[in-house]
Design a protein around this ligand. Structure first.
Ligand code: NOJ
Length: 745
């Protein structure tokens, strides 16, 4: 017994935190599932492990094999459907499964509700720049309410993939480059979707994705190989996934990439040893789209049967769309390649989630609400406007913003009146007709007569060009106006899956437009639409102000109007560095010192880790964000200069609004472990607080950092904090200069 206890203790040091005990609710769900499994045929079991999509009534299996969807449902050979948009269709299929299949097991409907369902919130990277966890949680809850009412039980969110590579278009779906902030956001989103009662009518199942390390695809190319040390993985990539597991997310999606040489969907180390044994995950794992079958193309499976065997043995519960489980599962068991016991375990976890969603009690519980009482509620639209404004980041301002009263505006560019683009990628069930564009909102705020508009340029999937006469018209209206608001960047189509780019500059036609407008001598405010950091050296140099407006969703327009008018004060801070040039990528604040750092990050220096042609520092660092007021950070006090291991480090700082208007800022605390067992990042975020200050007001912010938060993965893979000296900084970005020191004894 003693031995067992000490093994468990060692395990919990290695793991970081011991797996939580099973709750009563989980136990009950497992018990229910076990009873049901006893009645199921092998084929019905594999049915529960298969997810399909409807395409004009046919299901396509591996190699394009078609099957009749309705008879598959009736035979209990489908456990789940993906992307059903219409709740009547969902309820029709549910009825078929429940009333016509032998055991009446309900279906679970999944959909990509990534940053909103009907009301679309800013893309996730944008929302992370609000550093507002309550707002992020609420956005997920609103998305859950709207989804649940549409009979969607399950979202494939949050995406917990840390990434340092803006060539990868999917950075728009994540929370940026920092594991600490990423972990807090992942947990907030899980809380938002699932609440504390999964069976409630306004909560849905969350899905942690893409497990694992999908954001580290080599060269920023989507679906590409991932290869890194386990140390790096555990320190930088694992924390958000872990936080989402700890927050209780009931499903996980395996990623497309390989990891340690094995595709994630067949990677037992990832899906079983790490996820279940170490992190204590007890829900079910779904593959990404056809990812089981793609293991043949990866070159680790000979055929669909082989792929299914690999995935089943890796403990992957549900095959998304590939069809290999239902096609070959039974044979694999009959041939003794897979044990029925394993199949039962996999089925149990799927059924338990369905049970916890309340689907066995009432399979139709999610499609009953009066949609007019759930969709596009005015208070939720107002909230979307606030969160969009908080997500936008003022990158540069040379005294031109906020705009003067009565000013005449030339509003120009491809995204100024683009209801679809402003929704970004993964638009859920969002209706672009409900989008309020920059143009509409600015006309309302400043008067129609004061806003002259022309699109001038096209940018999107099918075109990247100046419209006929576009530049001439743009120059003409600029000359008739006091100021130019130039909406430029990348379209909604450029965000999300499969839009990797080797060049991260703004397309040439838009740059030509900027040059022409610059020649008019008018002041220019760039409204930057994008789902990823870009190399905007050129635009920053030429513009008088740059407001990063992202793809901010349904209420992007009113949020822009609120900020440029000064009705609201910008408060967003970057969560991903903006590189100077694509050649710097990956560039992130939490990098290592190396043995030869340059003296300055802004100047090249021989025989140092730097470039000879460009600065080391990014154009805008992690944490950067300006305001219409000025915040001063002073009086940093380390209240606990010496702390025991296991204790809490306390640091306080005074923040003063020195300007003439009220504003919000994000106070950020960074640490550095001076002498560690392995090389550590030069800075790591370990605390933050969003605060509102009236003009002239000061507040003392107190941070409490448990020493457990300073733990990291050592070379023997143990997770612990070091004793010794640490530096600590607090300020408004990752360059914060106010510094202190503490020691862990
Ligand atoms: C593929 C994407 O990688 C994943 O994020 C998404 O959830 C699934 N398709 C389902 O649409």
């Amino acid at each position: 017994m003693k031995r067992l206890i000490s093994i468990l203790a060692i395990l919990s040091v290695l793991v970081g935190s011991a797996a939580p005990q099973m709750t009563q609710e989980e136990k009950e769900a497992m018990k229910f599932a076990d009873k049901l499994i006893k009645k199921m045929t092998l084929r019905e079991k594999f049915g529960q492990l298969e997810q399909f999509i409807t395409r004009r009534g046919v299901v396509t299996g591996p190699g394009g094999v078609k099957c009749d969807i309705e008879s598959a449902v009736r035979k209990g050979e489908v456990g789940s459907f993906l992307s059903i948009r219409d709740r009547n269709e969902a309820l029709r299929l549910q009825k078929m499964a429940v009333e016509e299949s032998r055991l009446g097991i309900p279906l679970i409907f999944g959909y990509d509700i990534i940053h909103g369902c009907k009301i679309i919130f800013p893309e996730n990277l944008a929302m992370s720049c609000s550093w507002n966890l309550d707002a992020i949680e609420r956005s997920a809850r609103i998305a859950a309410e709207e989804s649940a009412a549409t009979a969607i039980h399950w979202t494939f969110s949050p995406m917990c993939d840390i990434s340092f590579d803006p060539r990868w278009s999917r950075v728009s779906e994540g929370a940026g480059e920092d594991p600490y902030l990423g972990a807090k956001i992942a947990a907030a989103m899980v809380r938002g979707y699932q609440g504390d009662d999964l069976s409630a009518q306004n909560t849905i199942a969350a899905c942690i994705k893409h497990f694992a390390a999908y954001g580290a695809a080599q060269a920023g190319k989507d679906y590409n190989t991932v290869d890194m040390s386990e140390l790096m993985f555990r320190n930088l990539y694992l924390p958000p996934y872990r936080a989402a597991v700890d927050a209780g997310a009931v499903t996980v999606m395996s990623s497309f990439n390989d990891f340690k040489g094995v595709p994630a969907s067949g990677n037992k180390w990832l899906l079983y040893d790490l996820l279940r044994e170490e992190l204590g995950f007890r829900g079910f794992v779904v593959s990404d789209w056809n990812a089981v079958h793609e293991m043949i193309i990866h070159g680790v499976a000979a055929d669909g049967k082989d792929a299914a065997e690999l995935a089943l043995k890796a403990h992957l519960n549900m095959d998304m769309l590939g069809g290999d489980y239902i096609a070959y599962g039974e044979q694999l068991v009959k041939e003794g390649r897979i044990s029925e016991k394993l199949v039962d375990e996999l089925v149990r976890e799927v059924l338990a989630v369905k049970y916890r969603l309340g689907l066995f009690e009432d399979p139709y519980r999610y499609g009953k609400q009066d949609l007019s009482k759930v969709y596009y509620l005015p208070e939720n639209m107002e909230f979307a406007r606030e969160v969009a404004a908080e997500s936008m980041v003022l990158l540069k301002n040379e005294g031109v913003l906020p705009l003067q009263k009565g000013v005449k505006i030339a509003l120009i560019g491809p995204f100024a009146d683009a209801p679809k683009d402003q929704l970004g990628a993964w638009r859920g069930l969002g209706d672009e007709k409900r989008s309020i564009t920059f143009r509409t909102a600015l006309e309302e705020r400043f008067g129609k007569e004061n806003v002259l508009y022309t699109k001038a340029c096209e940018c999107g999937k099918y075109a990247d060009k100046i419209l006929e006469g576009g530049i001439e018209e743009a120059v003409k209206i600029a000359e008739q106006s006091d100021i130019v608001l130039l909406s430029m960047g990348l379209s909604g189509w450029h965000s999300g899956e499969s839009r990797s780019r080797a060049e991260i500059t703004i397309p040439a036609p838009q740059q030509a437009l900027l040059d022409a407008l610059k020649n008019t001598g008018k002041k220019i405010v760039v409204l930057l639409s994008t789902g990823r950091p870009l190399d905007i050296r050129n635009e920053v140099e030429k513009a008088d102000a740059v407001l990063l407006t992202w793809h901010s969703g349904t209420m992007a327009g009113p949020a822009v109007a609120d900020l440029v008018s000064g009705d609201k004060n910008p408060s967003g801070h970057l969560t991903m560095s903006f590189p100077c040039s694509v050649g710097q990528v990956p560039v992130h604040y939490n990098s290592k010192n190396t043995g030869r750092p340059p003296k300055s990050q802004f100047k090249a220096q021989g025989y140092s880790s730097s470039y000879v042609d460009i600065q080391n520092a990014p154009l805008f660092p992690f944490g950067h964000g300006l305001s219409y007021t000025e915040f001063e950070y002073s009086d940093l006090k380390v209240l606990t200069p010496t702390v025991e291991l296991g204790g809490v480090v306390k640091v306080s700082v005074k923040v003063t609004n020195k300007g003439k208007v009220a504003g919000d800022d994000v106070a950020q605390l960074y640490v550095h472990d001076l002498v560690a067992e392995t090389t550590r990042p030069v800075r790591e975020l370990k605390g933050f607080e969003r605060l509102s200050l009236k003009a002239g007001e000061s507040k003392v912010v107190e941070f409490e950092i448990p020493t457990s938060e300073l733990a990291y993965c050592h070379s023997d893979l143990s997770w612990k904090a070091d004793k010794g000296d640490f530096h600590v900084w607090v300020g408004a970005d990752s360059y914060a200069s106010l510094k202190g020191k503490f020691t862990i004894k």
